[in-house]
Design a protein around this ligand. Structure first.
Ligand code: AMP
Length: 447
């Protein structure tokens, strides 16, 4: 396997990699960096946690470092599009880290905050612009961003971008890209609409595929506790106070649940913070920073808020509630075990969540082992849906409980306000039609 020292990157980048203690390129880097350095377009199938940010950031910085071009006001040479502000900020941070020995400027633009400082930064000139689609388009329409000097275009997490309803914005942005450019396209999954979009954007790309769903799953140790709702909180406290838990992310299905849980943990002396879509951008960043710097040991998160969180050294992911979408389980547990490190993912499964557990096990192609010392759970009740029931029915089996529908505890938290339904615009089989429309709008506005 090649080391970074053997890859033809300019000296300031090599120094930054040494500073970061990166020696061996991850698989996506090993394949993407040489192709992108040679000027090829790249179609990368990879999730966060695989090292894909450096896979595109290093060749971009290499190109700019060699050219050493002046930065022009409002005319970036590189555009990186990301679906969420958190991801945009992380990408910006990565450019700062890898480019710290280079005179390359980057600017980030994203919604949810005033545009004033972003406009000011753009007018001072930047080589690299990292943006979310909504705010980018806004600023382009106001004449603050022109793309005619663009050399490289990166689309990151393309599938998530379409899930969030950004396709119309994307199409408008793509129309303004110059013909002659390099394009690097990344997506965790490659459904037909993503392939179609990639064909529109890429010319004779090198295809790189490093994320068979199981890679991260295989590396992460998984355990399940069969525990009812009223026992979950005590179990959580017991686990979080174990000495092997250094940094943990606890997943809650709802924003309200995340808030309540964080408060209860704080009351019992565990330094916790909640992060979800109702929190302001500032509050989310503060919580992430506190977690990163270990002032906070436990982050209680909802699925959407946790997307793109890239913090090294998360030792434990705890699914306080199992996700309704089995794919979310893979995303959740991928917050631990970053870039080759080991991690432990613990799931709490109530009797009313048994069908969700089966759906997850079916997706990942393995049975999640019982936590050590745990007895086998009592048999599944007749009311639980089998794992191979139709997707809508299966994913929402819990929402269908009526007062007479089974022995599982009834959930009293507001189902209509799940995080996913509030912010990501992903069409899900839900009861309220109106809510779907609201989701779509807020997903776009949050860019
Ligand atoms: P990403 O997939 O870009 O979100 O990166 C996941 C994590 O892996 C980040 O925290 C990076 O700092 C880290 N990382 C990326 N590339 C390497 C590497 N070659 N060696 C060690 N760590 C890496």
């Amino acid at each position: 396997m090649k080391t970074f020292a053997e890859i033809d990157l300019i000296a300031p980048l090599q120094r930054a990699l040494v500073d970061e203690k990166y020696e061996i390129p991850t698989p996506i880097q090993a394949q993407t960096v040489p192709a992108a350095l040679s000027g090829r377009d790249v179609l990368g199938c990879a999730q966060t946690g695989t090292g894909k940010t450096a896979a595109f950031a290093l060749p971009i910085l290499d190109r700019l470092g060699k050219q050493n071009p002046p930065s022009k006001p409002n005319c970036p040479q590189v555009l990186v599009l990301a679906p969420t502000r958190e991801l945009a900020i992380q990408i910006g941070d990565s450019f700062a880290t890898y480019g710290k020995h280079l005179p390359i400027r980057h600017v980030m633009v994203y919604g949810g905050v005033s545009q004033t400082s972003q406009v000011r930064a753009l007018s001072r000139g930047a080589h690299i612009l990292v943006a979310t689609p909504g705010r980018l388009l806004d600023l382009m329409n106001q004449g603050y961003i022109h793309l005619h000097h663009l050399q490289v275009f990166v689309l990151d997490e393309a599938d998530r971008m379409l899930d969030m309803g950004f396709l119309p914005d994307l199409k408008k942005i793509i129309k303004q890209l110059p013909e002659n450019r390099q394009s690097l396209f990344f997506s965790a999954t490659m459904p037909p609409n993503i392939i179609e979009l990639s064909q529109r954007l890429l010319t004779n790309p090198t295809s790189v595929n490093v994320t068979p769903k199981s890679t991260s799953v295989e590396r992460i140790e998984q355990q399940v506790y069969h525990v009812e709702r009223d026992g979950k909180r005590d179990l959580l406290k017991t686990i979080l106070t174990r000495p092997d838990v250094d940094r943990a992310i606890v997943f809650s299905r709802t924003k309200r649940g995340a808030n309540m849980l964080a408060q209860k943990l704080l009351l019992s002396g565990i330094k916790a913070a909640a992060i979800h879509g109702n929190k302001s951008q500032g509050a989310r960043q503060r919580a992430l920073e506190a977690f990163r710097t270990k002032q906070v040991e436990v982050l209680v998160a909802t699925d959407v808020a946790a997307r793109g969180i890239d913090i090294d050294g998360v030792t434990h992911v705890i699914n306080y509630d199992l996700p309704a979408e089995p794919e979310s389980y893979v995303h959740r547990i991928g917050r631990t075990g970053r870039a080759g490190a080991a991690g432990l993912a613990i799931s709490f499964c109530g009797s009313d969540e048994r069908s969700d557990l089966h759906a997850i096990e079916k997706l990942i192609g393995q049975k999640i082992p019982l936590a050590p010392g745990q007895p086998a759970p009592p048999p599944v009740s007749a009311q639980s849906k089998p794992a191979d029931a139709p997707r809508g029915a299966r994913g929402n089996s819990r929402h269908r409980h009526t007062p007479n529908s089974g022995p599982g505890p009834q959930r009293t938290t507001g189902r209509g306000s799940t995080e996913a339904s509030a912010t990501d615009g992903k069409p899900k089989p839900r009861r309220r039609r109106k809510g779907t429309q609201r989701r779509q709008q807020s997903g776009q506005a949050s860019s």
